[in-house]
Design a protein around this ligand. Structure first.
Ligand SMILES: [Zn+2]
Length: 276
């Protein structure tokens, strides 16, 4: 576990004060690498809150150039950057805000060729990708490499959040066996909506790493931001899921007679790659 400098102790003093957080929580953040796929209104804003919280290393992955119609929600961007690769501006902005965080910017989309290396290089994955093709690739790779993934998605004024821990919780394929018909640019989006979900996504990641609070394991938080109706649902864990079915059965067999397989303590102490 990395130690904290005097500057870091002062920079993060107000969160270190939080009950259950402490210097131990801050060291865990500093020792963590988080992969953020998508650096738009959702992933970019989540990355911002992870950077200011002091996560040691962020790997940002997103291909393509900034468009003018991104600017209603992509708060790491500036007007003069339109037409240029957005992931590099995200790195620049985050480094200006917190130079102590290592930011790796990769100007690529998630593909079958790069997904395994990307997932293996991180302790935790934030899925903020803008389409289900990339989301599915990440889900399969996270199950394959036993990496936890925070899954954040939105459509119009609705938002969804859950954490997937391979073998322990339903995976993305269990939750959405048939993919919703969401086109990548086919729905309206308001910056305050993507930003709200982004803050919750960053908070979920911080919870998983530090152990503070209670993360959304085997729970799907659904939010209708038009009406402010929030609900937690328990998604079905499909024992015959084509992605996680074998891993699920393997874990169940190891825990015969134990009802603690789904408890968050069990998940965090046995599966999370950072020692707690
Ligand atoms: Zn599954």
């Amino acid at each position: 576990m990395l130690q904290l400098t005097a500057k870091e102790l002062e920079r993060y003093r107000r969160q270190i004060m939080l009950s259950g957080f402490g210097e131990a929580g801050q060291k865990r953040l500093k020792s963590s690498t988080i992969l953020v796929t998508g650096v738009g209104g959702l992933g970019g804003t989540a990355a911002l809150y992870l950077a200011v919280a002091g996560v040691g290393r962020l790997i940002l992955v997103r291909g393509g150039e900034l468009r003018l119609d991104d600017m209603n929600r992509q708060i790491l961007m500036t007007d003069d950057w339109v037409g240029k690769p957005r992931v590099f501006k995200a790195k620049e902005t985050l480094e200006e805000i917190n130079p102590d965080v290592q930011i790796d910017a990769i100007c690529e989309y998630v593909t079958p060729e790069n997904v395994d290396a990307l997932v293996q290089s991180a302790d935790l994955v934030l899925d903020c990708a803008h389409n289900f093709i990339e989301r599915d690739l990440l889900n399969v790779a996270c199950v394959r490499w036993n990496k936890p993934m925070v899954e954040a998605a939105m459509n119009d004024m609705e938002a969804y959040l859950t954490t997937i821990v391979p073998g322990q919780t339903p995976c993305l394929s269990c939750i959405f066996p048939e993919k919703p018909d969401w086109d990548k640019r086919g729905f309206g989006v308001l910056g305050a909506v993507s930003g709200t979900l982004a803050c919750l996504t960053a908070l979920e990641a911080i919870k998983l790493i530090t152990g503070i609070g209670k993360p959304l394991l085997s729970q799907l938080l659904t939010m209708d931001l038009a009406t402010f109706d929030f609900a937690k649902r328990r998604p079905y864990h499909d024992p015959n899921c084509p992605v996680c079915g074998d891993k699920y059965r393997e874990i169940l067999e190891k825990n015969v007679g134990s009802d603690s397989v789904f408890s968050s303590t069990k998940v965090l102490t046995t599966n999370f790659p950072i020692s707690l």
